[in-house]
Design a protein around this ligand. Structure first.
Ligand code: ARG
Ligand code: ZN
Length: 860
């Protein structure tokens, strides 16, 4: 009998294959809210019959074992032991060849508040198994490299009974499903509820007809059309761009109100947070629509990158997530505007991933140890994981990438693969050595890249030398950072604004490296890191005039936007330090937004100032201590100056960008609204809220109403509008989430804590619902100066709620705790308060493994 207890830290280096092979899994569910029975029949065989091994099955404390047989016989009780989160059957009780293990357990979905495993939401049964939720449903080798076909019987009085794969049997109170594609347990799903569907179909490239259903609660079916259209677009796109065809007769999507994450790619049965399915013009914003389209695509794309090819172990999570994010980003670029999508993605990367990489929670896209895997569904694994693939594509070229992906699908279909497998495919397809490139997967931290220009005139004209130096600061557990290969996309712009050198990729492999450009007539302006060709922090000596020149002339949309961003950022940093700044930005931005030939969405992106948090990040990276109040004031000041200087121009834009005719959530319409709202946000500072007042009352779409509402709240004039919205939508959970989040987020920082506390005391603050909890607590923390209030009230408010949530839903509590990850940046007084809040959380009795790991990494 094994004496092992569960290791606290899991190490990649300890990987060993499961000692048994599992070919088929049969499950039989009898669904009763507080007493569900699960029978499991596993067809097992020892991997090596000559080396007898104990059979170790994962199984949470909530499983009540009712029956257990091996080949139909009860094993001797002395050979069976129940450990903390496992069931162990000693080798002595097992046959040396193939055998059948049967178990029956009882579980209590109604009491499951963690929304992991089998739980109930609004009267419906529903599952979430990734990463390790299946062990709360039955005893099982709950690891991604153990794959089996599934046959599932569901007995329930609910009308709609769903599981993975194809339906094979249907009777009163019963349904049977068969999934022919071997899969790991984390892709298992089951839903039972009184649901209704909207349905359509898709004919695949080889002519097979697939039934498509989106299941929602009765009354919600008129808000699922956009999700269905997005699904069909995704299926088509994956065939056209990656040659990937869907492989079952039916594809089901279910919308659930209580869901910890965005969505889940269970084979043939995706389960979604309802906010990523349901949308109508009256209830959803343009951003919501864009996210719905992107996440529907993301989960669908997982069918090949995640399901057909899965991960060997959870250290390889970015193998499926980085690649699938990369694919959904490509999809959105194709459906909408590629430059706009790229700029949005970079903004999100900087706001979330750069922040993570620069603090105590920094980890590589492929970590080599963890305590709780749910804590590693991070911006680094997802978004940096996608950036790394973008770099790989840049280095090997589009054709090399296409060849490598074909080989990947060919070679690894049906496998549980690793990052090594992935890189090997690229090496074999392109002949490139990727040993140095691998550092991007295994090293944490964002490289700082410094660029120095040197110009020398000679007979042949002139020569420009660019010298780059890369350096990455130590991160937890990784003191030394060897040089990485960095693809740096560069272009040169002549003094007259014409491009003299189109984009070229410089491949940097050394700590310091120079690149020469010869035969240039006159000294050009360098456009560097075009399209954000690598996730690095670029510094260069450049004056405001040159930045303004790039903002006006750069042919690369990202670099052009970045020039404006840098102008704004240097001004804001300077203002926050009590220095002057901003005149050049105010002038340049006026010229840019007056240019009606430029995409309104692009102009909107240029007009939106960096947020307080982003400014704080920059201040800190310059070796200074961010002062949240000064940063807030600086941003207010600059916004007001833009409004005053360009009052007439902004008013014209505001009027002209009005969209007439019916609302459509497409790129054109949302671009116009984005620019209109950006103008409104500035005008609001000088028109006393008059436009926002009118817009809130007249707009027929939620995008403009929410923008107007935020403007009014900012001025302390939101009460009437909030009452109206509440009256209109109190029965719509998704709109009420917005109602809860906009108030503490947009409120003046000195009143936000009080507002958040009042909201939290309301009976309709249903805090056990993850969306509602995130709306209020996350909304509050997005108010930078309020969360970082000097007296520590913001920290305490958030810490109190994390402590309340932890025993109920540890995943959500742990995730929320990362709001504290930036605490080491601030002044001693704030640091002391934040640390005290973290220590209070750490001292909580019975603190979950999830939150304990997060807090101890942040305190370390
Ligand atoms: N695989 C899902 C997705 O990215 C996310 C599941 C996250 N689950 C979790 N327990 N952290 O689409
Ligand atoms: Zn995913």
């Amino acid at each position: 009998m094994t004496q092992e207890t569960r290791q606290i830290v899991q190490y990649l280096a300890d990987y060993r294959p499961y000692p048994f092979l599992l070919s088929e899994t049969r499950l039989d569910f009898t669904l009763i809210p507080d007493a569900t029975r699960v029978k499991a029949v596993l067809s097992l065989a020892p991997r090596d019959p000559d080396t007898p091994e104990d059979l170790v099955l994962d199984g949470g404390a909530g499983l009540k074992l009712i029956a257990l047989t091996v080949n139909g016989q009860k094993p001797d009780p002395a050979h069976v032991s129940r450990e903390e989160e496992r069931l162990v059957i000693a080798a002595a009780a097992l046959p040396r060849s193939a055998f059948t293990l049967e178990t029956e357990v009882q579980i209590d979905p109604a009491a499951n508040t963690t929304f992991e495993g089998l739980y109930m939401s609004g009267g419906m049964f529903c599952t979430q198994c990734e990463a390790e939720g299946f062990r709360h449903i039955t005893f099982y080798p709950d690891r991604p490299d153990v794959m089996a076909t599934f046959r599932v019987t569901i007995r329930s009085d609910r009308k709609v009974l769903l599981s993975n794969g194809n339906p094979v049997g249907q009777a009163q109170g019963m349904a049977e499903w068969h999934d022919p594609w071997p899969k790991p347990s984390y892709l298992f799903a089951l839903v039972a509820g009184d649901l209704v569907s909207i349905s359509d179909s898709f004919t695949t490239m080889s002519g097979r007809k697939v039934d498509l259903n989106i299941w929602v609660r009765p009354g919600d079916q008129d808000r699922a059309d956009y999700a269905m259209e997005s699904l069909i677009r995704s299926m088509k796109w994956d065939e056209e761009v990656y040659g990937r065809e869907y492989d079952l007769d039916v594809f089901n999507i279910v919308a659930v109100d209580d869901f910890n994450m965005g969505a889940m790619e269970n084979k043939g049965l995706n389960i979604f947070n309802s906010k990523l399915v349901l949308a109508s013009p009256e209830t959803a914003t343009d951003t919501d629509y864009e996210r719905i389209e992107g996440v529907i695509a993301h989960e669908y794309f997982h069918n090949w990158t995640g399901n057909r090819i899965t991960c060997r172990d959870w250290f390889q999570l970015c193998l499926k997530e980085g690649l699938t994010v990369f694919r959904d980003q490509q999809f959105t670029s194709d459906m909408r505007s590629a430059p706009v999508k790229r700029i949005e993605d970079v903004q999100a990367l900087r706001a979330r991933q750069f922040r993570e990489d620069a603090g105590p929670l920094a980890h590589p896209p492929r970590p080599d140890h963890y305590e709780e895997i749910n804590n590693f569904y991070t911006a680094t694994v997802y978004e940096k994981g996608a950036e790394v693939i973008g770099m790989l594509k840049r280095l090997v070229g589009d054709a090399g990438y296409a060849k490598a992906l074909d080989l990947y699908f060919d070679r690894h279909d049906g496998d549980a693969a690793t990052i090594e497998d992935w890189l090997q495919v690229f090496e074999d397809a392109t002949g490139r050595d990727l040993a140095q490139f691998k550092r991007w997967y295994v090293d944490a931290g964002t490289p700082h890249l410094d660029m120095v220009e040197q110009w020398s005139a000679d007979d042949a004209g002139g020569r420009l030398t660019l010298t780059f130096t890369q350096e990455t600061a130590p991160t937890p557990g990784q003191p030394d950072k060897p040089a990485r290969v960095i693809p740096i996309a560069v272009g040169l712009i002549g003094p007259n604004g014409d491009e003299v050198l189109p984009t070229r990729i410089l491949e940097m492999t050394q700590p310091q490296q120079s690149f020469d450009f010869e035969g240039l007539g006159a000294r050009p302006v360098v456009s560097a890191l075009r399209d954000f060709s690598a996730p690095v922090i670029l510094t260069r000596r450049i004056d405001d005039a040159t930045r303004a020149f790039l903002l006006a002339h750069d042919t690369d949309p990202f670099a052009r936007w970045e020039a404006g961003r840098e102008l704004a950022m240097t001004a804001l940093v300077s203002l926050s330090q009590g220095q002057p700044g901003g005149d050049d930005y105010v002038t340049a931005i006026g010229e840019l937004i007056a240019d009606d030939s430029a995409d309104p969405a692009f102009r909107a992106l240029c007009l939106n100032l960096p947020g307080d948090e982003e400014i704080a990040t920059r201040v800190f990276s310059l070796g200074l201590t961010p002062d949240p109040d000064a940063i807030h004031a600086a941003r207010q000041d600059l916004a007001r100056r833009i409004a005053q200087t360009h009052q007439d121009l902004l008013a014209r834009i505001y009027d002209r960008m009005q969209v007439t005719g019916p609302y459509a959530p497409d790129a054109e319409g949302s671009a116009r609204r984005a620019l209109r709202i950006a103008a409104l946000g500035l005008l609001n500072r000088i028109d006393g809220g008059q436009r926002a007042q009118v817009l809130f009352g007249t707009a027929g779409n939620m995008t403009e109403r929410m923008a107007a509402l935020a403007c009014l709240i900012r001025l302390g004039l939101g009460d009437d509008a909030l009452a109206i919205l509440h009256q209109e939508f109190q029965d719509n959970r998704l709109v009420m989430d917005k109602w809860f989040s906009v108030q503490p987020m947009a409120a003046p920082p000195d009143s936000a804590v009080a507002i958040a506390r009042d909201l939290a005391a309301r009976p309709d603050f249903e805090w056990k619902n993850p969306n509602r909890f995130r709306a209020l607590i996350g909304g509050f923390a997005a108010n930078h100066a309020a969360f970082h209030a000097k007296d520590g009230a913001g920290y305490d408010f958030v810490a109190d709620w994390i402590m309340r949530m932890d025993p109920v839903n540890p995943q959500i509590a742990a995730r929320m705790s990362s709001l504290f990850e930036t605490w080491p940046r601030y002044d001693a007084a704030r640091r002391e308060k934040a640390l005290a809040a973290l220590e209070r959380i750490a001292a909580l009795d019975g603190l979950s493994r999830n939150t304990r790991e997060m807090v101890s990494r942040m305190i370390a």
